[in-house]
Design a protein around this ligand. Structure first.
Ligand code: NAP
Length: 245
């Protein structure tokens, strides 16, 4: 059966690995990027090498209107939408008292509002297909808080509330909604911190290393599969054991 997915922030890191994992599971994939067009096109070429259709779309998710529009563009280009992975995100390391209102609002908009409006646009396509998967990429920080990113931790925690709420509302439509909380993943996002404090961080992780993006992507793509049909409203940690609930 034809399956189509949209992965926001698919140009690099976890999103890029997720696009490839979904393609390997038979999904045609649309990916969005904010500024790294060349990287996004490279991911699309890899998706096509796996024999699936790939679509590349630019969207700065700080603009909720654009976040809505890009979901429509993805569904139009792919001919439907069965999975939405709200993955795009960024970190900003600041003590909480130095976070400006503008910093706060931008973080919440890109991380939480974009996921909400994207789901609002995506769900009718999924309901029509009688099949839908939404995966929100949250963070370990949603569970632990962050002394140097209160806005990041708050937005990621908000995604967990959104996940459970949508899971309840969308279950009657055959749509599952889940969240994944990665710990430390070897991507551009925390390259600097892993370079500076890598030994200290690895010492705190029972598995003794950061995750590879594909290790998070494997869980996200499983949650988007037929086989994950009875999992909804869940939060799945992929953190090497650094926090066990
Ligand atoms: P990454 O390698 O830095 O990639 C971030 C992606 O998000 C890129 O595709 C980027 O587009 C896109 N993006 C950033 N800001 C955007 C904006 N304003 N509008 C639209 N797209 C935007 O990050 P990553 O490590 O793969 O992280 C992916 C997700 O996992 C994020 O939500 C992050 O919070 C979460 N996470 C990561 C870790 C980790 O250790 N890496 C841990 C926990 C959670 P461009 O390429 O065009 O810039």
């Amino acid at each position: 059966m034809k399956r189509c997915a949209l992965v926001t922030g698919g140009s690099r890191g976890i999103g890029a690995a997720t696009a490839l994992a979904l393609a390997a599971k038979g999904y045609d994939v649309a990916i969005t990027y904010r500024s790294q067009r060349v990287a996004a096109e490279g991911v699309a070429a890899e998706v096509e090498r796996l024999g699936r259709k790939a679509v590349v779309l630019q969207a700065d998710l700080a603009d909720p209107a654009r976040a809505r529009e890009v979901v429509r563009e993805a569904a139009d280009a792919l001919g439907g939408l069965h999975a939405l992975v709200n993955n795009a995100g960024y970190v900003q390391r600041l003590p909480w008292e130095e976070i400006s209102l503008e910093d706060w609002e931008r973080m919440l908009t890109v991380t939480l509002t974009a996921a909400f409006v994207a789901a609002q646009v995506a769900v009718p396509y999924m309901a029509e297909a009688g099949f839908g998967r939404i995966v929100n990429v949250s963070s370990l920080r949603a569970l632990t808080g962050s002394a140097h990113g209160a806005h990041y931790a708050a937005a990621k925690a908000g995604l967990l509330g959104l996940t459970k709420s949508l899971a309840l509302a969308l279950a009657p439509h055959g749509i599952t909604v889940n969240a994944v909380c990665p710990g430390f993943v070897a991507t551009d996002m925390n390259r600097e911190v892993l370079e500076k404090r890598g030994d200290e961080i690895r010492a705190q992780i029972p598995l003794g290393r950061a995750a590879e993006p594909r290790e998070v992507a494997a869980v996200v793509s499983f949650l988007c599969s037929e086989e994950a049909s009875y999992i909804t409203g869940e939060t799945i940690s992929v953190n090497g054991g650094i926090r066990m609930d």
